[in-house]
Design a protein around this ligand. Structure first.
Ligand code: DLL
Length: 433
């Protein structure tokens, strides 16, 4: 088996890393040009031949690939190896249009699991750990990815999948799970139940690896407190392989992108112009090692910035800041750009937990926006402030964050449906008209 833990790659000096990227990029461009009619046509259209790509300095010459391209080429149009070499597919849920299906050779799966293994190691995982994976299994990449990574680290792996909180708690307490992998919203949900039932001293968790949806620093603080663990962020997307494209180390200050496999760029989403380090824009990835479904300059629609600032962990791979939401997550309400993460930050800063929902609608020509948030059990038991005063305080916080008036309803604990996978935070009824 390949050795996942390649500290020499994770800590490689930049010039060597870039030389490796260049070599891999040149080979990848040749591979897709020769094997995928779509890339050949796009590159011909842009007047770029594989021979024109000498290294990463030429990356910007390649055309972008978008989610619409993936949908148009569904299912086999972007496949770069014969079907007989593929051993797996994974897929997105397809809730916002046609499914995205991604293909893997056995080697692609190995590389992907290596990335997840690196993430587990970065969160302190060793073969002594009991790794409780409650991301969904099946077509979703979360369960299979972290499961494979956990095997490679040599942890005892609990392939729990999502849901069935009773069973999760039973295995967690009986088997002494030390690392948990799930969405941050489900982690918050578990923390709530564990504390309600007084199970804190029966759990052995030390770390959590949470991703698949945006979450704020405030939510990290809450989860760390309620579960008594360190909560690490992990990022990825089905199109680029799944979880493990980037992950946090012990610094918990941005996620190291696995640059030996994926070259990141940040672009201006309107013009496509490549932006310098530190500027916020749309994250774009080029896969330089995957063989079956290698996307080149894929526009993720996730917004963030990159930093090469030295990290105390010794990894040299560039770090991405937590995605601030997706360009398509952004709502325009009353003419103002609103991201759910901004609303979450205001609520959590005022002591609420991440049990909230945002309802957007249109009455006549006017947008309406209402935020419903639950009282925490302590607030309900020990009311230090009347509910109408609480609501006014949140309205003021949101006004100063967003610049618009948001209606707020503070509701009783347990009124808002809990998530077992990715949380549904926004109900935008305007999209239904
Ligand atoms: O969510 C893969 C994954 C599984 C990542 C488990 C981490 C852990 P998709 O379902 O294809 O894949 O969704 C990908 O989810 O483009 C982001 O918008 C969002 N996302 C993923 N991780 C994070 C994160 C998986 N840590 C889409 N923070 C991406 C913010 C995230 N958003």
């Amino acid at each position: 088996m390949r050795n996942y833990y390649q500290p020499e790659i994770e800590t490689m000096p930049l010039p060597q890393l870039q030389a490796l990227q260049s070599e891999r990029l040149v080979a990848q461009v040749k591979h897709v040009y020769e094997n995928v009619a779509f890339y050949r046509a796009r590159m011909d259209e842009a007047g770029v031949k594989p021979e024109d790509i000498h290294g990463i300095e030429d990356l910007h010459r390649l055309p972008f690939v978008t989610k619409d391209d993936l949908r148009d080429q569904y299912p086999y149009g972007l496949l770069a190896v014969p079907l007989s070499e593929c051993v797996r597919i994974q897929s997105t849920s397809g809730t916002t249009g046609r499914r995205v299906v991604s293909f893997y050779t056995q080697e692609d799966i190995d590389l992907w699991e290596d990335c997840c293994a690196r993430a587990i190691v970065a969160a302190g995982g060793t073969r002594e750990d009991v790794c409780h994976v409650c991301y969904g299994y099946g077509l979703f990449t979360g369960g299979p990815g972290l499961n494979g990574g956990s095997h490679k680290v040599g942890c005892l792996t609990l392939p729990m999948s999502s849901g069935n909180t009773e069973r999760q708690l039973q295995f967690m307490t009986d088997l002494g799970s030390t690392i948990i992998c799930c969405t941050p919203s489900y982690a918050a949900n578990l923390g709530e139940v564990i504390n309600e039932r007084g199970l804190r001293d029966q759990i052995r968790l030390k770390a959590g690896i949470f991703g698949a949806e945006p979450w704020t620093e405030e939510m990290r603080r809450d989860i760390q407190e309620s579960l008594g663990i360190r909560a690490y962020d992990i990022y990825g997307l089905t199109e680029i392989s799944g979880p493990g494209v980037s992950f946090e180390c012990e610094e918990q200050a941005g996620m190291h992108i696995q640059e030996d496999h994926f070259i990141p760029e940040i672009i201006n989403p309107d013009t496509g112009e490549v932006l310098p380090e530190g500027e916020v824009g749309e994250l774009v990835f080029t896969c330089i090692t995957k063989k079956a479904f290698p996307l080149l300059r894929y526009r993720t629609r996730d917004l963030c910035y990159l930093t090469r600032k030295e990290c105390s962990c010794g990894r040299t791979h560039i770090r991405m800041h937590k995605p601030m939401g997706r360009s398509d997550d952004m709502m325009v309400v009353k003419g103002v750009n609103v991201w759910p993460s901004q609303i979450e930050a205001v609520l959590l800063n005022q002591g609420y937990q991440a049990n909230y929902q945002i309802l957007v609608d249109r009455v006549g020509n006017n947008d309406t926006i209402e935020v419903q948030v639950e009282l925490t059990p302590e607030m309900a038991e020990n009311p230090t402030m009347p509910v109408d005063k609480r609501e006014k305080k949140i309205v003021a916080g949101l006004k100063s964050m967003l610049g618009i008036k948001v209606d707020v309803k503070v509701v009783e604990p347990k009124t808002i449906t809990r998530s077992e996978g990715k949380a549904v935070r926004v109900i935008d009824k305007r999209k239904l008209y």
